[in-house]
Design a protein around this ligand. Sequence first.
Ligand code: FRU
Length: 482
Amino acid sequence: MQELKYKTINLASEYDFDNFEKIKEKSKYRPKFHITPPHGLLNDPNGFCYFNNQYHLFYQWFPFDTFHGMKHWMHLTSTDLCNWQEHGSKITPIESYESHGAYSGAAVVEDEQAFLFYTGNIKLDSDRDANQCLALLNADNSVTKYAGNPVIKSVPQGYTGHVRDPKVVKHGEGYVMLLGAQREADMQGCIIVYQSNDMIDWVFKGELDIKVTAPFLHAYMFECPDLLQVDGHDVLIFSPQGVEPNEFRFHNKFNVIYCLGQIDFDSLTFTVKHWDELDRGFDFYAPQTLANTPDSPTLIAWAGTDEELPSMELGWIHCLTLPRRLSVKNHRLCQFPDQLFNAANSHHQLNFQDVTNQSIELSNLSFYLMVNSNQNDFSISLNNKKGREINISINKNRVILNRKNYDHHNSDWKFGNERQLDTNYEINNIKIISDESILEVYINDGMDVFTCLFFPDETDHQIEVSSDKNKPLDIEFKYLTI
Ligand code: FRU
């Protein structure tokens, strides 16, 4: 087991390759336009950037099994953020400074060069250590590890070995690196900051003071920090672990926060004006934003964290969310997958105007549904003849997403199969994108989003939309393919 856990892809046998081919042939549960691993386990998106006239995306990948083993960086490219070409592992952890995995990190593009920063994970007997490493993405799509790695050896004094997930941003003439960390003194999570003039020599500056009183500051670890500008706001994103549930927020094992406000690198402070959870569904973690974008800021995340899902039986587990374009509206960070609609083909479009009840029989589960309403008491059900159902109900400013008939959960699962959101804005449209085993539900074009996995064994699904007060609704439906 230990041998398999830390096996790298360069050691794959013929038997492994046969097995990989068999896994790729099976299509059950496989989303059509969400990224899944060809075989094995996928987690965080990494190194997301636009370089050499194409988008590059990597993800954390353990090729051999569906548990968290030796992490590689799988590489994908795309010209439209929708159709992706897979290139295999480009960071395979075979060096001593990354002996137990090439952990997450991000890209910086500068002077026609793309720099990939990542964490070399080191497991010691009863402890761990972390090195920050650099690799160059070349114009021919190859990746070369920097010969002087690691660029940051081990962790600064006062922090445990849990220091990881570098995000590097340009600041003035130099660069700043944010890292998720855990303090030794109180074993609490935080973000630490390094500074460099050349991306090679890094100096530890201290901790980022996130100026806000909020429950998410009490976490045992912060992972995957990210920082960008959206519509004139500085946006800080991170994934805290161990936050206590607070009314209807933080109901997942791990959650993700965004803060709108202002960064000050001189005083190492982020002044928070607004914050919220980035996603209100069940399955969303470790997002990453596009490092340098030719158009608008864009985010993609791991639609997961569950250790067990039904697709494991087929030899793979987990997918990414759709890339979502970011904007700020009414002090909220909004997300919407515009790129999918630019690239996808749609078929069998149906429009219903002024209806109070409507059923749509489905021939497959990759579709788009929009319900428009200027009253807000209605429900949407995706169900089948065996009684399995996902239900979304809107009642004034309350949205409830229920997937109790699609229970696929194990002991990780403390918070049940319902998620509730009370908005402080009027709800006037719901857009749902379904893709075989994942639903993304966008409220008011993405002012709030619910990501939800479900694993239907049966066929014969239908959608039922009903207006609770018999007030008219507008519905648009179409199948999506790419
Ligand atoms: C987040 C995370 C990161 C780490 C990576 C390892 O899901 O735990 O902090 O770098 O996954 O795969």
